[in-house]
Design a binder for this molecule. Sequence first.
Ligand code: AMP
Length: 399
Amino acid sequence: MELFSIKELDLANKQVFIRCDFNVPMDEFGNITDDRRIRSAVATINFCLDQDCSIILASHFGRPKGEFDPKYSLEGVGKRLHQLLKKDIIMAKDVVGDDAISKSKALNTSEILLLENLRFEKGETKNDAELSKKLADMADFYINDAFGVSHRAHASVEGITSHFDEDHKAAGFLLQKEIQFFSTLMKRPVRPFAAIVGGSKVSGKLEALVNLLPRVDKVLVGGGMAFTFLKQLGYDVGNSLVEDDLLEEAQKIMDEARRLGVKFYLPVDVVAAQNFAEDSVSKVCSAQEIPAGWMGLDIGPATVRLYREVLTDVQTVLWNGPMGVYEWDRFARGSNKIAHFVADSYATTVVGGGDTADLVQRIGLDDEMTFISTGGGASLELLEGKILPGVKALISKED
Ligand code: AMP
């Protein structure tokens, strides 16, 4: 799949609206704790500056209730942009109010205006036509570089695209890269191709699993979702996370894997805890010997060794979902070990956004991966085989 490229647009001296994803994590004092998403937008912004554009940046941040709330202001993001770009950032006090409109009209070449949090407008998440029109009217060109929100049909992501013809809209460099990686992964992976799938529940990854099966050579399952499969195989998994309504579905996936010749791996041992708590009594036991009432919260050392073995010959690895409750050190070992194997391998390694990206960053392995997605929900929808609403209007060529 190819998207309209920013490089093909005649941007010189024009006003450009760039939809970014500046939805960064902040601590309780309002400090940005991870600015990867802001840094990821710099390439596109600099490209527009090189073309002497005037630039309007827009993003959502957190979940305000459709009205101004200082807690969700983009002011902190503006400061970080100023540091990264070494340029003054003009802050608008609103999104499409008098302040934003007058500042956007007065914008000169190479100046940057940052609108306030798009979700201060109720119409943003409702894909409101009037709001998309007001946003579109601010600029000559529209660039989407907000991969993390491109699975949402929101006014600044989807609605706005209808106000620009194909010579006036395109994907920014970040969106382009994300779509390209996932598209190659799903259509032309270098084999053997392994998917490591974890996280809490089967239900969250069911569609992705079903869509991945015909494309991969191996699936390695970890995290809470493994227990639904193990229970279906007849193991007593104690109080581990199980979705009883998906037992049949789990069987279908295992049958389909067998039919397709896909090697389907489940944990052979786990770190089990007496209860769901960071300081709970815990022990390593085989997947067949989880004590009654206990729950598996991480994959065990034998599974770690097995998965390392299974990953030695692969050329492509996709990893989505932690192997255990990685937020708690005592149940993070499985995820950390797998992260090291993946990072050390010579394979192309693609890490889904959200928790998996978070855990890889926590242990400082982000530079060792081929690609880490900036969008958890968006990358999952790509794995499910969906076309993202924010990307649809930017497709120049289907595969
Ligand atoms: P997801 O959003 O589905 O990718 O799930 C990520 C969450 O799954 C993380 O917050 C983990 O703490 C949680 N998780 C991973 N393994 C387990 C487990 N064995 N039991 C309960 N929760 C788990």
